[in-house]
Design a protein around this ligand. Sequence first.
Ligand code: SAM
Ligand code: SF4
Length: 361
Amino acid sequence: MTAVPVTIGRRTVDRDVRAHPDGPRDRLVDTHGRVHRDLRISLTDRCSLRCTYCMPEQGNEWLARTSILSTDEVIEVAEVAARLGIRTFRLTGGEPLLRPDIVEVVRRISRIEGDDGPVEVAMTTNGIRLADTLPQLIDAGLTRLNISIDTIRRQRFAELTRRDRLDDVLEGIAAAAASELRPLKLNAVAMRGVNDDELVDLVQFAMEVGAQLRFIEQMPLDAGHTWDRASMVTREEILATLGERWRLDPVPGRGGAPAERWRLDGGPHEVGVIASVTAPFCGACDRLRLTADGQFRNCLFSLAEYDLTAVLRREAQSAPAERAEAIAGLLRSCVHGKLAGHAIDDPSFLQPVRGMNAIGG
Ligand code: SAM
Ligand code: SF4
């Protein structure tokens, strides 16, 4: 048995990573019976934007470049995760397109065989640089794309992201719209007094480019720790605003997806809402996360991190099969430690130390 440091908030404790062999050893099933199928891999904490709800304008403490997982390490982990039942790998950040070897990462993950065929490789991006790289990404095996856009008004975009780059984002969305990747999803965080007068316009924009808009409730994950429950725009408010413009019919069959969906005026267009705060969907959560500096997390809001880097270092001289078993043990331990829910609405809730850009959204 080997102990590995697990970080909880700012405290690090030693835990035995092979102490939880219960449950099927070839599957990532937690103590609440949830089977994990989705691993979100953050490739960098750096970004070309500075969205107010995600990063502070200045003074962000960047991860040391030497701590960022190499492509070989990311692939090694993805291979183990696929053997344990992960079917979708979502590349995120920070901004994943800032990673110089992003096409290689997509290519190598997309070649991994899951238990029922090739795995899916998805990406969440702010769209900057997408127009240039999309053909290569698709050729490399990218299967799904989410692009974030919170406003289509130039001045507002510059204020919200602290960068005047709306045109670059729109170029990226146009390239995605012209590609074969479907469904194409656009993500917008709804914010009071910032873009809550633009919800209908954003949906209309998405319809025009053949995409589905998904509104996200703002979550307490900003690196600046400025989130305020009282001022966030709720799912109910979003639906009330959209309901004045369209008839909204719920789409059944959500499964483990974070977004609830509604058909607009009978279809074919749809809108989604990700209501992590007011209508959490933890009961069906099948997601795990790996940060760019090699920490597994079992929830966006988790205070605990499971130190993959320590395992890789410890097993540096081990045979590949032993390393793979050590990585699998850490993943199982991470899954075993998953709580039933995140309790954002509970007064005792503590915001994670890392901001969203360093966790991976
Ligand atoms: N840079 C890429 C992007 O913006 O799409 C990928 C990383 S970003 C952290 C992933 C998603 O998280 C984005 O859709 C972003 O809007 C969302 N996000 C970031 N901070 C958030 C917060 N505090 N509350 C809700 N969503 C947030
Ligand atoms: Fe960058 Fe995405 Fe965070 Fe905006 S939400 S600052 S684009 S990582």
